[in-house]
Design a protein around this ligand. Structure first.
Ligand code: XMP
Length: 519
């Protein structure tokens, strides 16, 4: 698929920032894809790039088996920007010299510009460095554009061939005006038109879905989460009456969620939505189970069986919609990047097992999360759905420590609604609203009873823990420094309004060593 005619290709030499480069280009409304450095050239050229960006990487150009610039890049006649290792490999490929920097240069550095050039317009800049080697001599045709105290060549360029190299990382926010530098490369040097807008994403996606499914029937599982909702809304636009959407109410959802999904899809978008109330089935399977992994296994299994039964009733459509997004695709194409150890077995509504035997429709496969949200808004999905915080597939079960009973889940649901309601009131709940907002916030019910006193009466009841974190990627997280008055109000309301709870605590552990969810 070539989503738009104007694109940039990023070649990945293994930097932790490679995906970030791709995101930064997309932020300019320019389509961009990340490819392994040794990807099949046909695949890279298929997107018809107007320029290449070479990422950084952990190797040294002189190491045996070090990644190198494939010949087709330099033969293409297109502009090339090498970042860090990308610059070093560009220098080496064209006859320059690279040497060990005599220790790693890591962190902020100041560069001085020494030649006027189309990339860096400032005389000096604070930039983010992270490298062990450096370019000692630029290749013929290049000039040194900037230097730092550690790097005699902090930037180099050859205007006639439109080849540029930066020793620092413009994609990292710490680099002053980094996005400006990238913009000069993409918009001025490669002359790409910024046409990658939500509307163009929708148009491309609709055309691709129609070409894939033809007149055949399509099935989708909506969870209320952002990805499955946007994917389903796109297929609905593309294949309308061919789509059957299924929503399984597990009984483990947040307050108001089933109704919200039904309103959004059935009433507003006119989808053929089958709402299955399977809560009894889920609670009966979970009875007596307290072990977290066992809960996850049971819920995953019960979900699949419920979904399968409904699919048979509908007549087993050949296509299934999945809300896979671009970061998942990138992670799975680079196995060494994925976390080796399994901490929790994740269950996703989108992650149905392959033995269900559907052909997959993945309309979000090339989109980052913020693009998914922009498309969702453009499609008219409600704001609460589009800007919703992540919610685990197994739902409230993994926040209800101990046995998962309808009564305990109800207590948890009420406490959660109070806490998140207070956060929403303070403008902190939806990520869009403010940078000060929390990334994820929820209540947890603990199977711990303690003594309390209410109206002169002794109580002996369970405990609610409140959890709120800030994070960029959910791999690491810090606990949110919430205002004490907000915490006090939430705690007070929970104890007063939710019967069965007489104590509220706030979780002040970061991840690691804790995880975000409690199970
Ligand atoms: P942890 O608890 O591992 O969570 O720090 C990291 C992020 O993943 C979410 N999470 C899940 N998401 N299915 C999901 O779709 C799951 O089984 C699952 N378990 C955890 C969690 O809410 C947090 O955002």
């Amino acid at each position: 698929m070539n989503p738009v005619p104007q694109a940039i290709a990023v070649l990945d030499f293994g930097s932790q920032y490679s995906q970030l480069i791709t995101r930064r280009v997309r932020e300019m409304q320019v389509y961009c894809e990340l490819f392994p450095w040794n990807a099949d050239p046909q695949k890279v050229l298929h997107i018809q790039p107007k320029g290449f960006i070479l990422s950084g990487g952990p190797s040294s150009v002189y190491e045996k088996d070090a990644p190198f610039i494939p010949a087709y890049i330099l033969e293409s006649g297109l502009p090339v920007l090498g970042i860090c290792y990308g610059m070093q490999s560009l220098a080496q490929a064209l006859g320059g010299e690279v040497e060990p920097a005599g220790g790693r240069e890591y962190g902020l550095a100041e560069i001085q510009t020494v030649a006027s050039n189309p990339l860096i317009q400032q005389n000096s800049l604070q930039v983010w460095m992270s490298h062990g080697d450096r370019v000692r001599k630029v290749p013929e045709g290049f000039v040194v554009l900037a230097y730092s105290s550690h790097s005699p060549v902090a930037a180099m360029g050859d205007d006639s061939r439109r080849y540029y190299g930066l020793q620092f990382h413009p994609e990292v926010r710490h680099t002053q005006d980094g996005q400006e530098i990238l913009k000069h490369f993409v918009l001025d040097i490669c002359q790409v038109k910024p046409e990658w807008t939500p509307q163009s994403m929708i148009e491309q996606s609709i055309a691709a879905i129609q070409a894939q499914v033809g007149q055949e029937k399509v099935l989708s599982a909506v969870s209320g989460g952002v990805d499955s909702s946007v994917a389903t809304a796109l297929v609905l636009q593309a294949a309308g009456s061919q789509l059957d959407a299924v929503f399984v109410d597990t009984g483990l959802l947040r307050e108001g969620e089933p109704r919200q999904v039904e309103t959004a899809f059935k009433r507003s978008l006119g989808a053929r939505l089958h709402v299955l109330d399977a809560s009894r089935e889920f609670f009966s399977k979970l009875a007596g189970v307290t072990e977290p992994e066992e809960k996850r296994r049971i819920i995953g299994e019960t979900f699949i069986r419920t979904f399968e039964a409904q699919a048979r009733l509908i007549g087993k459509p050949p296509f299934l919609v999945q809300g896979t997004i671009y970061p998942d695709v990138v992670e799975s194409s680079a196995p060494d990047r994925s976390q080796a150890q399994r901490i929790k077995s994740h269950h996703n509504v989108g992650g149905l097992p392959p033995d269900l035997d559907f052909k997959l429709v993945e309309p979000l496969r090339y989109l980052f999360k913020d693009e998914v949200r922009a498309v969702g808004e453009a499609l008219g999905l409600p704001r609460e759905l589009v800007w919703r915080q992540p919610f685990p597939g197994p739902g409230l079960a993994v926040r209800c420590l101990g046995e998962v009973t309808p009564q305990r889940v109800e207590i948890l649901r009420k406490a959660d609604a109070i806490f998140t309601g207070e956060l929403a009131e303070a403008g902190l709940l939806f990520q869009k609203e403010t940078a000060a907002g929390v990334s994820q916030a929820f209540a947890v019910l603990l199977p711990v009873r303690s003594v309390g006193v209410m109206g002169d009466q002794r109580t002996y009841q369970e405990t609610v823990a409140l959890r709120a974190v800030t994070t960029e990627d959910f791999m690491t997280a810090d606990w949110a420094r919430l205002d004490h008055a907000l915490l006090a109000k939430a705690a007070n309301r929970i104890v007063n309004e939710v019967s069965g709870v007489n104590r509220v605590v706030y979780d002040i552990t970061s991840k690691p060593p804790a995880t975000i969810e409690w199970e």
